[in-house]
Design a protein around this ligand. Structure first.
Ligand SMILES: N[C@@H](CCC(=O)N[C@@H](CS)C(=O)NCC(=O)O)C(=O)O
Length: 101
């Protein structure tokens, strides 16, 4: 397990885009601090940092990176060696929307 302790990931329960990022983290044995926007002041905190409550959002050096694909691309750059590509096919079945096509 590699802990990337400079990162914070804001998530929303049941969000398929968050599930994509979660899958990639697990596949690559990565750990980051995770905050559900449904808890405490996390939603307000995220809006204060990034300007919107959209999830997932990765905080890097105090800056917000939205978009699951961009977050995964960034995480790839933090992996030494080769990233294991996560399989999202079951998520696609669970949520057949264009983002996974
Ligand atoms: N294209 C974005 C879509 C993210 C998205 O739509 N997330 C939803 C939750 S499933 C959300 O946060 N909606 C609330 C909002 O946009 O304010 C991605 O791939 O991350």
């Amino acid at each position: 397990m590699t802990t990337l302790d400079d990162l914070i990931l804001y998530e929303l329960p049941g969000c398929p885009f968050c599930a994509k990022v979660d899958r990639f983290l697990k596949q690559n044995d990565l750990e980051v601090e995770r905050r559900m926007i449904t808890e405490g002041t996390n939603r307000e905190d995220l809006i204060a940092i990034g300007g919107k409550k959209q999830c997932p959002c990765l905080i890097i050096d105090g800056k917000a990176l939205y978009e699951s694909d961009d977050i995964i691309d960034y995480l790839r750059t933090r992996i030494e060696g080769e990233a294991k590509e996560a399989d999202f096919s079951d998520l696609k079945e669970a949520c057949p929307v264009p983002w996974l096509q």
